[in-house]
Write a protein of this length. Structure first.
Lengths: 171, 302
């Protein structure tokens, strides 16, 4: 049985592909595997959370109680954009859970971090890891702190910080 | 300031009260422990060279020395959230526990709802409702920036709120931070009293009574309801709680509050209120150099 995605309500992701009834919908397993494979975030990080789709490909992460389907304004936070070739995590997700990441994290110097937070693209030739979506981080008080999501291609780091979250920070 | 004259008989040191109301407020922020410990948030501010002072009653509330508290790394990371000191009081009085079901029935723009989530270690369910769709976008923005994963956001009138959208049929605790005439925000909004009128107060009080009644109905026996406003008007405070006691099964209970405050009134304008209303708190601007606030804690008895 296959249904179309209803963009107006929250539907809980199926656990695995065997339980999928809506075409193109990501499964919980795929989402958790993506965070583990791409960023090294341990799957058990998400044991207490459920994942939901509302809108085409927009995945929400939620820690509270709810039954599926659900027609309300929001639950938890948007964490990932699926239904496109390269899945893309959100800035707010990366800030909340990105400390657990070990892979595809690019560490920025203070001036680079400020440019990133302001939403600017910048040349960064030194990265020799995977291209695509990375977690941009900087150091606060000797510890790494994720800032947001960047897209790395052709020696350039493009800030994916949404307009409403961009800030000009003092040096 | 003229509307405040009518509080001369009930406010201790009325001249100090008026003087405080004329002074602008500093920049208060709350440390959002969902995203950082207090120590890490303070270290972030220190690295940015920002001076702060922690509130005596709550180490998570800071007076921050900056003109732009929203343009700091601490804020960008969601370690801090701009929130007036007294506005951090009601969630602390409600005292929600991890895993509970909590309702914030007038939640936008979300400062208190996210504080509730933080007090619960972001575990459990915080239903953050508001009837104003425009303000819900601010609530959602703040919830995501502050990383509150336990929030469910709904858009409905709290007075006839339906729990049918959820699997459960009552809350453990409910916060009624009611829409009000906002007299106590005069230090932040100099025009707060511009549209002041007895008619406005009486119409807002009618809405408040509807909301507090539904809040008590939707909360389990033995559960807690906190009623708060940012106004001094007894018609919107003690009189609303009295109405709730007359119409619903509840009683006013004591709570600890390490901020200077006056007790709730048992008499106003020729009308008397139940003596238990003395357990409510009236926080005046000259008490702690803050905005003004009213808080009452209720236990649901059936």
């Amino acid at each position: 049985m296959s249904h179309d995605n209803d963009g107006q309500r929250f539907d809980r992701l199926p656990a695995t592909a065997d339980e999928r009834t809506v075409e193109g919908r990501a499964t919980r397993e795929e989402v958790v595997d993506y965070f583990a494979d791409r960023f090294g975030i341990p799957p058990e990080t998400f044991d207490a959370y459920t994942f939901w789709e509302k809108g085409a490909g927009k995945i929400w992460l939620y820690g509270g109680e709810a039954s599926t389907p659900l027609e309300i304004e929001a639950i938890g936070m948007t964490c990932l954009r699926t239904r496109q070739e390269h899945w893309k995590p959100t800035t707010d997700f990366v800030q909340r859970f990105g400390r657990a990441a070990t892979d595809c994290v690019i560490d920025l110097e203070p001036a680079e971090a400020r440019r990133f937070a302001a939403g600017e693209d910048q040349d960064l030739e030194r990265w020799d890891g995977d291209w695509g979506y990375l977690i941009a981080a900087h150091e606060i008080d000797g510890e790494r702190e994720p800032i947001g999501v960047g897209l790395y291609v052709h020696g350039e780091l493009r800030s994916m910080v949404p307009k409403g979250r961009q800030r000009d920070l003092e040096p | 300031m003229e509307p405040l004259e009518r509080y001369r008989p009930i406010v201790d040191d009325f001249e100090a009260f008026m003087a405080a109301c004329r002074r602008p407020l500093g920049n208060a922020v709350r440390v959002n422990t969902i995203k950082a410990s207090v120590d890490r948030a303070l270290a972030t501010l220190e690295e940015e060279g920002l001076a702060y002072e922690q509130a005596d009653w709550n180490p998570r509330v800071l007076d921050l020395e900056t003109d732009s508290p929203g343009s700091t790394w601490a804020s960008f990371h969601g370690f801090t959230h701009g929130q007036e000191e007294v506005s951090a009081v009601p969630p602390v009085v409600l005292d929600p526990q991890p895993g509970e079901r909590v309702w914030d029935c007038c939640a936008a723009p979300g400062g208190k709802a996210t504080q509730l989530a933080a007090l619960m270690d972001d575990r459990g369910t915080v239903v953050a409702n508001d009837n104003n769709l425009g303000r819900i976008s601010a609530l959602r923005f703040n919830a995501e920036r502050l990383g509150a994963t336990s929030l469910a956001v709904t858009n409905a009138d709290a007075r006839n709120y339906s729990l049918s959208r959820f699997d459960f049929d009552e809350f453990d605790r409910t916060l009624v931070d009611a829409p009000c005439s906002c007299e106590g925000t005069i230090r932040k909004n100099p025009d707060a009293l511009d549209n002041w009128s007895p008619d406005h107060i009486s119409s807002v009080a009618g809405i408040q009574k509807g909301i507090i009644r539904r809040a008590i109905q939707a909360t389990r026996e033995g559960g807690t309801v906190v009623y708060s406003t940012c106004t001094f008007a007894p018609e919107e405070n003690e009189a609303v709680v009295q109405h709730a006691m007359d119409e619903e099964d509840c009683r006013v209970v004591d709570f600890d509050l390490e901020l200077d405050h006056a007790p709730g009134l048992t008499e106003w304008d020729g009308r008397s209120f139940d003596s238990s209303l003395e357990k409510a708190a009236r926080i005046y601007p000259h008490h702690n150099d803050t905005g003004g606030f009213f808080v009452a804690k209720l236990e649901v008895t059936a």
